[in-house]
Design a protein around this ligand. Structure first.
Ligand code: NAD
Length: 461
């Protein structure tokens, strides 16, 4: 721990143990400082915009997440959804029903990119289209919101980063949790030394339902005439029309990125944001297909382990991520960060901090003196009892909080208007995707992978 961290840790401990904690450390209270910070951020980001500042956006990939994305995006003042592209006619018809008859619909994403009146696109297709459509959109001068993981394969990241740099447009990757009050609070608590020195983090996703395990319903009218199958497989292995592959794409490696690309990636984004980390340097995974033997190519139980090296921003620590799609307890998700003096669970609208009620500092000289045996002839030391700090503190978002998804879109729209920065640009998005994609590579190739998160390179030995 460096001197700065040690000072902030001591300051946190002193405040807590003297009972002098400000509102910032009192359970259940979002601090006035938090509110002021959020307000200042909003004002700084500039809320004034005229009719010409309206952002016209289009959605490419109007399934579950794309629909949720567009629905949230249009709640940000000044954003208008004008067009939707999808490869299944049923989704296009739903989009018109949902957003009105004025909406342009198409199966052809290039039509959207050719429209001069569209400023930005949301890309919520299956993972294997993220890179190609993101790059084409940026080359057409559009700003991009692309769903996580930013890319489908570890080799694809640099091209997206280069396209963003070349076109100088905004690209936000859709790990919305990063923009949450919960992630911000965790970042602040870690910096303040609330859990001491971070040494371990763990994340868990458990589910027990067919849809939770990606067995989505297949529409009765699915056929080569209602689905743009040729486009779907245009950039991957060509196969005859297969409705199961189209609607349950997550189960197949040509299109999806398995449980790590789908779920672990959220944790990497949050963890990297909270710790200011660039990523792990060692990735190893195991797991298996235990239950959902429906022809899928990806495991339904997966364990990933990741070593984070010491950097100027954080000490070395280990991360363990688990997914279990056959968890008989019904399911839970969590991200827990453990330090030398406590731990915290991090949610998007809540952080729960657990601290040791008594902290014993192994290097404290007073402890050594206090250990004097009776009759040792050494000076008696009055070991006065202390006020014990609370062992658990809950930080919860204020009622009426718009949530992480809104915040992420707000951040995106503000960056587009002000030519500013987003919280998860292509470089950050690639660094979050990389360990998730390498976790798959480790699992399928049965080997430990060394990654250089600074230079974005797999190290081959
Ligand atoms: N941020 C989150 O919390 C979150 C949650 C769920 C999914 N996602 C991500 O969102 C993306 C979509 O997931 P989903 O659950 O919505 O899948 P989905 O199957 O419900 O939707 C995908 C849609 O994309 C369409 N499509 C496929 N290829 C296309 C193409 N080339 N052009 C236009 N449309 C195309 C499909 O017809 C389908 O309607 C994935 O990358 C996934 O990882 C993110």
């Amino acid at each position: 721990m460096n001197e700065k961290d040690e000072n902030s840790r001591r300051s946190f401990i002193t405040k807590v143990s003297r009972g002098l904690v400000g509102a910032a450390f009192i359970p259940g209270i979002v601090t006035a400082k938090d509110r002021k910070r959020n307000l200042e951020e909003m004002l700084r980001n500039g809320q004034k915009f005229g009719p010409n500042d309206q952002l016209q956006i289009a959605l490419i990939g109007a399934g579950g997440m794309g629909t949720a994305d567009a629905t949230t995006a249009i709640t940000v003042p000044g954003i208008k959804l004008v067009a939707v592209c999808d490869l299944y006619d049923g989704r296009l018809a739903d989009a018109k029903k949902r957003w009105g008859n004025d909406l342009a619909i198409t199966r052809e994403y290039k039509e959207i990119l050719n429209r001069k009146d569209i400023d930005a696109v949301i890309i919520a297709t299956p993972d294997h289209w993220h890179k190609d459509i993101s790059i084409a959109a940026m080359n057409s001068g559009k700003s991009v919101y692309v769903e996580k993981p930013m890319v489908h394969d570890i080799t694809e990241g640099p091209a997206v980063i280069a396209a963003q740099a070349k076109n100088k447009v905004v690209l936000q990757v859709g790990s919305q949790g990063m923009s949450s009050l919960g992630n911000e609070k965790a970042k602040q608590l870690l910096k303040d030394g609330a859990i001491g020195q971070l040494n371990y983090a763990e994340a868990f996703y458990a589910r027990m339902s067919p849809t939770g395990a990606w067995q989505y319903p297949i529409p009765a009218d699915a056929s080569p005439s209602t689905v743009g199958w040729d486009r779907f497989v245009e950039n991957t292995t060509k196969r005859p029309f297969d409705a199961t592959r189209f609607f349950r794409w997550r189960n197949y490696r040509d299109y999806g990125t398995g449980v790590s690309g789908d779920l672990f990636v959220h944790l990497f984004s949050s963890l990297h944001f909270i710790t200011n980390s660039l990523g792990p340097d060692k990735v190893m995974a195991t797991g298996g297909l235990r239950y959902w033997k429906d022809g899928r190519e990806v495991p339904d139980v997966m364990l990933g382990m990741f070593d984070y090296p010491e950097t100027k921003n954080h000490p070395a620590f280990n991360l363990s991520c688990r997914v279990n799609f056959i968890d008989g307890t019904g399911g839970t998700n969590y991200l827990r960060m453990v330090g030398s003096e406590g731990a915290m669970t991090v949610e998007w609208d809540k952080v729960t901090l657990f601290r040791n009620s008594v902290h014993v500092d192994a290097n404290d000289p007073l402890n050594a003196t206090n250990n004097n045996a009776p009759g040792s002839g050494k000076e008696f030391v009055y070991n006065r009892k202390a006020m014990t700090p609370p062992e658990q503190m809950d930080y919860t978002a204020e009622k009426g909080y718009n949530g992480a998804h809104f915040d992420h879109f707000y951040n995106w729209a503000t960056a587009i208007r002000n030519k500013g920065k987003v919280v998860e640009d292509s470089l950050f998005g690639y660094r979050a995707a990389a360990p998730a994609l390498l976790c798959n590579d480790s699992y399928f190739n049965n080997k430990i992978i060394q990654w250089d998160p600074q230079n974005l390179k797999v190290i081959t030995t």
